[in-house]
Write a protein that binds this ligand. Sequence first.
Ligand code: PLP
Length: 551
Amino acid sequence: MEHSKLYKLTEQASKKLYESVNDIESLNQWKIQMINLIDEIAQLKLSTSIEINKINNTSLDPTDWLSSRHIAHQMLDSSIEFIQTVRSHPVWQPIPIEVRKSIEQESLPEQGQALSKVCHDALTYIFPYIRGNIHPRFWGWVMGEGTLGGILAEMMVATMNINAGGCTHSAVLVERTVIQWMRQLFDFPKDNNGGIVVNGTSMASIICMATARRQFLINIRQDGIVNGPQLIVYASKEVHICIGKALEVLGFGLKAMHSISVDDNFSIKIDELKKTIENDRKNGLIPFCIIGNAGTVNTGAFDNLIELSTIARKENMWFHVDGAFGGLVILDPERRHLVQGIEQADSLAFDFHKWFHCPYAAGCVLIRNGTHLLSTFSVHQSYLADNERGCAGDKPWFCDLGLELSRPFRALKVWFTLKEHGIIKLGQKISDNCQQAQYLASLLEKYKDFIRILRPITLNIVNFRLEPKELDILNNELIDIFNNELLADIQLSGIAVASTTRIYNQLYIRVCIVSHRCILEDFDIFVDNLLKFSHIRLQNLKQSINSVDQE
Ligand SMILES: Cc1ncc(COP(=O)(O)O)c(C=O)c1O
């Protein structure tokens, strides 16, 4: 009570500070009112400090709540200011040596510092040197931007500091609701235990593969995989590395992955898949799982999920879909057809931190049949017993549906984002990004005598490479270096960030658009600068060749 009074008074005082005074008389009035306010504040401050010091002088809570509150408000303001003005910042900037030193060479703090000093250090040394994916011209890798609602959700999560591993509390209900919403979105059958929010698609893939494995090797939890049958997983050559990692950590090894070629659309070749499965069976191997790609990382390609699910059913195999970002085209009426068949998946992994724009990190596991998650992960220990009455209810707990026992309340930012923006708007942003990719391609197309665009552009990714006639275009290595250096020039300029990838053994500049903030003009700026930096680079090259010739 005293605190909120105190807070109101300080608010009044800070408003008063900015009041305009036009003459000496009003200035004197202002002074008196200000002094009265300060007196009142001082009295309250004294009583609250005494009260607080009596109750609690040993905890990690602030001793001066009022000034801490002010600092917290300032930090929130700085955060909001940061995203509101993000367009005027460099997308990315190198970390100066002094900043690097101040972070890396700081010794282990023995004594605490004032909260304001810690906040100052965070704002000075950390805030400005971020990866940049909140900026509208960040198109590197596949990264979401976050939202203001996401910031608030994360603040609340830290305040509640819930361990969402289990028990009866609001976080469990929110996570179940989010999972139900996702099952509804992807047309999965209703199932209370059929999913979990994890930290991303890589972790989701491990959980999905472990669940699949448990259905094939019923005693795996007891016996382990040693001397078990050789289970084989099939995926296109364009599959994300996280599937390989999952197979490694689950003890299958990479040799369990049989890679299938892709066609001109970068989609898995169905005939080759069927033939490989057939041959493997003949050779005593056990075809166990087919991975379908809903949006490959390199080009945003889609496998034919309907065909893959049919083969998986016929062959008695598990059907897993990696829909890390592309799965969410289900929200875009124009592109929804690309994920037809996803509803047939036995497991689906996708991210909330990519095209859903939830703050890092949040991804999702959906398992068609929820009992499979429980049979793979649930444990019975006396110290984790549930109880119908009291706090330890609401079984099954999320710790029984995945790997983490202690787990953050990740679902809140998803719940927040969905409630604040709704799936129609989120879908519209996905559609915008796909149209922006076509717009960028149309800009690059004007320079087709020296810019080669990789087609098709199915989704939000444009891969291209510059092949200037000044360079020997048959010299792949030289062209690769030129493009790589050109991209670094642009990144260092702070104007845009894209990344690179290798396709058909050539390096491509890869623009992957996942920004809800970017507009068409951003691509004009990008292309103008691409041409400018390319020109400078070629001029410098010519000059250095000339000077070598003259020597
Ligand atoms: C297609 C695809 N699958 C899986 C992943 C891994 O997702 P995460 O980084 O959330 O672990 C990515 C990441 O970009 C991806 O693009």
